[in-house]
Design a protein. Structure first.
Length: 397
């Protein structure tokens, strides 16, 4: 037994040890209460597994082109006298320009014609001179013909010596040559007149068809050569939808085939006919160009528009199960696989449970699921990448 004097000391020591041990225990209990975290409820957007029937036809993009384009060049050189004028949207008269519609035969620009008119006049003067020379030659021919006929008769009756006969014959043949030369000169003069007249007619440019001006390269007073392009035009009463197809799709298109074109800028489908198929593939893209001609009486289809078309007969397509692309996550069980979170309800709460799936083709913003889900299953459409398997979720309305 401890001495009596030591008992009070031992009691105080035990009380101090108890206090020292009690404080850490209290601190430990307090820390445990502070580090306890309630489970997080993640907010997600719900969706469903949908069933679709994709379009099995082959779709292509087409570019609209005019049926005809032309660059019009001057054949006669000179100074531009004037350019065709129209009344603009502001009511003022101005020269025709790109974007204006002109009718067939419109005189678009004229080269100063006075120089060519003088050439025509000179050529006609040469014709008159040649005709006068022909008249004189024909008069000489008639005189020498009479003289030659008399000399021939006298020569046959031995009343005229041969040298005199030869002289008469030579003058007659010379007169015949003069007539032939005058006739040739008249023909050449007429040719010069025709050329001068043609050059005079070529001093103006006329629209070869009704269409749109796409470029004007001349001004009044500018000097042009005999090959200067003055205007460019396009004809859009018919337009072409041009698209490219690979060789495996050539069997789906043929000349004369009726084909419908869809344009975002035009609310109704546009019927057309296949009028051209390239006989060889493009050396770069290895595709064949196809042209579909479309009537455009209202000028509502403009070159440069982008259209779409479908080739091939419509076939019955098997249904596909699809989910939004945002619903796809990596599988928690198989890192190389994919999964979606199915929505389950238990005890009044909603949970997200991972479901492994197999994926197929994409259709716009959706992707095909070939195994793992059924049509109508509720899934997490957005927010799945933030979830853990079995986590409680809150659904957005």
């Amino acid at each position: 037994m401890l001495p009596v004097l030591l008992r009070p000391c031992c009691s105080r020591l035990l009380r101090r040890l108890s206090a020292i041990l009690l404080v850490p225990m209290l601190l430990l209990i307090s820390c445990k209460k502070e580090t306890t975290i309630d489970p997080v409820i993640q907010t997600v957007r719900a969706g469903t597994v949908d069933q679709i029937s994709p379009d099995p036809t082959e779709r292509y993009s087409a570019t609209i082109s005019p049926i005809q384009t032309i660059d019009m060049a001057f054949k006669s050189a000179g100074l531009i006298d004037h350019v065709y004028q129209i009344r603009g949207a502001d009511g003022r008269t101005r020269d025709v320009q790109a974007g204006d519609l002109v009718t067939k035969g419109t005189e678009l620009a004229v080269v100063r014609a006075i120089d060519y008119e003088q050439r025509v006049q000179q050529a006609r003067t040469q014709v008159a001179q040649a005709e006068a020379q022909l008249a004189q030659a024909q008069a000489n021919l008639r005189e020498t013909e009479i003289e030659y006929t008399r000399a021939k008769t006298l020569s046959e009756s031995a009343s005229l010596v041969k040298p005199q006969y030869d002289q008469a014959k030579g003058r007659y043949e010379s007169a015949q040559a003069s007539v032939a030369g005058a006739q040739a000169a008249i023909a050449n003069a007429h040719t010069v007149v025709d050329q001068a007249t043609l050059s005079l007619g070529d001093t103006s440019l006329h629209a070869p068809f009704t269409g749109w001006i796409t470029a004007r390269n001349v001004e009044a007073g500018s000097l042009v050569g005999n090959s200067t392009v003055g205007f460019s035009m396009m004809d859009t009463h018919l337009v072409k939808a041009v698209f490219a197809v690979p060789d495996v799709s050539l069997k789906s298109v043929r000349l004369g085939q009726h084909q419908t074109i869809l344009l975002d800028a035009v609310r109704h489908p546009l019927p057309g006919v296949v009028t051209s198929i390239s006989p060889q593939a493009d050396p770069k893209g290895r595709v064949f160009l196809v042209e579909v001609t479309i009537d455009n009486p209202k000028e509502e289809v403009r070159p440069g528009m982008i259209g779409a078309l479908a080739l091939g007969a419509v076939r019955e397509a098997s249904p596909r199960l699809v989910v939004p692309l945002g619903a796809i996550v990596h599988s928690p069980a198989r890192p190389e696989g994919f999964a979606v979170y199915r929505i389950r309800s238990r005890d009044g709460k909603t949970y997200a449970e991972a479901q492994d799936i197999q994926i197929g083709n994409t259709y716009g913003n959706s992707i095909e699921v070939t195994a793992g889900v059924a049509a109508g299953d509720r899934i997490v459409a957005l927010g799945g990448s933030l979830l853990r398997n079995g986590q409680e979720v809150r659904l957005l309305p």
